[in-house]
Write a protein that binds this ligand. Sequence first.
Ligand code: XIL
Length: 356
Amino acid sequence: MVLNKEWFVKILNVRKNLRITSVAVCSVIILASCATPSMRELADANDLKIGCAIQAGDLVTENREVIVNENFNLLLSENGMKWANLHPNQRFWNWSDVDHMVAYAEEHNMEVKGHPLVWHSQLPTYVKLMETREQGIEYLQDEISTVLERYKGKITQYDVVNEAINDDGTMRESIWYTKVGPDFIDLAFQMAHKADPTAKLIYNDYDVAFKGGAHADACYELVKGMVERGIPINAVGFQLHLCGDQPFNEKALRDNIKRYEDLGIEVEFSEVDVRIPASAGDQIYANQELVWKSLFTVALTEPNVSTFAMWGYCDLLSWIPPVFPGYGQAHLYDKLYQPKPVYNDIKKLLSENINK
Ligand code: XIL
C-alpha cells in the first residue's frame, strides 16, 4: 500500500482520537505500508503489549524463534526466574537463561517482564528451611535487590508477589506468610521499589479476574489495602488460565477491571491460556474461540488493560497437560507449530481496532 496525504491525515486523526503514543503512530505508518502485518506490529499499533512466557530453547530453535519474534513485543521466562532455578544455592546465581532473554529482547526491541520475585512454589531447599522472620527478610532483600539492580532499565516490570491468596479468599499459609508474617507482601513491594524506583510493580494471581468470586474479591481487597497503606504497587495481573468448556462472564471481567481503574491500579492479562478437554467436540472448540476473542475484545476496549501476555504459544510445549490431566490445546499454535483459525480472528480484531 502506498502512503499518500489521505493516509497521513487518517493517521493523525487516529492519534488525536485515541491519544496514543508516537510509537503507536509510527507503527500505524509501518502497517499502512505492509501487506500482512504481524501480530506484533498490530500490537504496537494498538499500543498494547502482547507478551508470552517462553522457554530457553525457544530463542535458539529456528522455527520457534521466528514465532516469538513475529508475535510478541513483551517476553517473560516461563521458569528461568523462579527462585529454585535462578538462585538454587545461596552462593550460586544461574543468570544465563534470563540474561539471554534480556539480550534477545533488547536486540529485537521488546520489553521484558520479571516473573516472579516472591512465590510459594519452585523454591530452593535453603529458602524452604528458613527458620526466622529475620532470615526470611534477609532472603527477600537479597533476591529482590540483586535481581532488580542487575536488570535496571532492562526489565521494566515485575510480578513482585505471585499467588498469595487461597481459592476461598483466605491468605495462603506459605513459608513467607508463616515465617516472615502477613506483611511479607508489603515488604517485598517496598524493597522492589527501593531497588528500582522506575519498575512497574505487580501483584499476580489466578482466578482473580472476575468480580464476585471469593478469590477475586479477596485480591481486590488486598490490593486496595496496599494502595491505602501507600505501598508502591502499580498493577494487578489476572493470570486467566481459563477453560474453553466454561461460559465466559464478560461483565464480571469488565466490572473488575473498572474497580481497579478507580483505585489507580492498572490491569495486565498476565498468563492467558484457554484449555479444553481431549474429548472436545465442535461446540467446545467454538466456545474456546469465543473466549479467546472476548478476552482480546475486552483488552482492546478497556483502557486500563495495558498487557495481554500468554502462558506459552504452542500446544507442543505446553505446561497444561501435566498439570491438568485430560486437558490441552490451550494455546494459539498447534503441536505442529501452525497457527489455529482463532489466531487469524485475533489479528483481524487487532487490525479493525486500529481505526476505531
Ligand atoms: C508453571 C510452568 O509453566 C511450569 O513449567 C512449571 O512446572 C510450574 O510453573 N502460574 C504461574 C506460573 O504464575 O509461574 C506457573 O508456571 C503456572 C501458573
